[in-house]
Design a protein around this ligand. Structure first.
Ligand code: SF4
Length: 161
């Protein structure tokens, strides 16, 4: 019996590579860990707000690193906070991804070579996407997550040139 509605226009069998299906699911559900380090965190919170609304691209915040697969490093990484950032990263489940948001997280920004500032969070954890600016606008963070989605979709999938 045919089910009425849109289903009658779809084929009975759809083929896809498992890796691409998994990547599709992961790319569209990048849940980010809710923590902020400095002023960039305000822009991150704004990105989750009604104007840019990260939820619509599948990114919602989680208050536990064990339920998050995206770390947005939003702000200055001080020497004091660096071990905490590393611990939170280690507690996240694989596969996990990192966005370095703003000049401070990327290379220390205005505090470059300051005695108490790590000159780039990539000195302690691997970074997938960097966002320029001081501070970057929420739209820039949305763009970075869309770029990360592209990257996640390509994991383990060979593309023809
Ligand atoms: S990059 Fe600018 S806005 Fe962001 S944490 Fe550093 S000083 Fe603040």
């Amino acid at each position: 019996m045919r089910i009425p509605g849109v289903w009658q226009w779809l084929p009975g069998i759809v083929t896809a590579r498992l890796q691409e299906l998994v990547n599709w699911g992961r790319a569209n559900s990048l849940w980010y860990l809710l923590f902020g380090l400095a002023c960039c965190a305000i822009e991150m919170m704004a990105a989750g707000g009604t104007r840019t609304d990260l939820d619509r691209i599948g990114s919602v915040f989680r208050a536990s690193p064990r339920q998050a697969d995206l770390m947005i490093v939003s702000g200055t990484v001080t020497e004091k906070m660096a071990p905490v950032v590393k611990t939170l990263y280690d507690q996240m489940a694989e596969p996990k991804f990192v966005v370095s948001m703003g000049a401070c997280a990327t290379n220390g920004g205005p505090y470059y070579q300051g005695y108490n500032v790590v000159d780039g969070v990539d000195k302690i954890i691997p970074v997938d996407v960097y966002v320029a600016g001081c501070p970057p606008r929420p739209e820039a963070l949305v763009h970075a997550i869309l770029k990360l989605q592209d990257k996640v979709r390509r994991i383990g999938v060979a593309h023809e040139a």
